[in-house]
Write a protein that binds this ligand. Sequence first.
Ligand SMILES: [Fe+2]
Ligand SMILES: [Fe+2]
Length: 160
Amino acid sequence: MARLNRLLDHRDYVTYQETIDQLEKNRQFCKHGFDHGISVARIAYTYILEQGSRALSKEVVYAAAFLHDIGRWMEYQSGEDHAEASAELALPILEDCEFKQEEITIILKGIREHRQHSAVGLSILGNALALADNWARDCRHCPAQKECHKYNQVMRLITY
Ligand SMILES: [Fe+2]
Ligand SMILES: [Fe+2]
């Protein structure tokens, strides 16, 4: 997991994460700090293993999860879609951490797909990230349920 630990210490990753933490300080809805990334990583990887797939390494899944929302600050500032922004910001970080080109292609595709919940034709990683993104949240006890556009009754249930 050496490359993952390099990623977490990468100057750009740290800067983006700190910027997001700052911009979300007073946000009433879900935040996107490190805890969200690690939760999505663990859930997405578990889900992929449950599906019986051994096609993706733990490092690839975790890297995608850590990076899937790093473009959030750009969405807050310019309105740009954060899935696309995150993929663009992730590329040089993954290269610096010596992920291989074929791994980078899979990770960037997964990041770009992570908001396309239940769309058909998603990659294994994109589908797992989209599911884990919701499962990583405690919607049942969230005080912002009424105002949240993502909240629905199904989110109160264990469905997996
Ligand atoms: Fe996201
Ligand atoms: Fe997310």
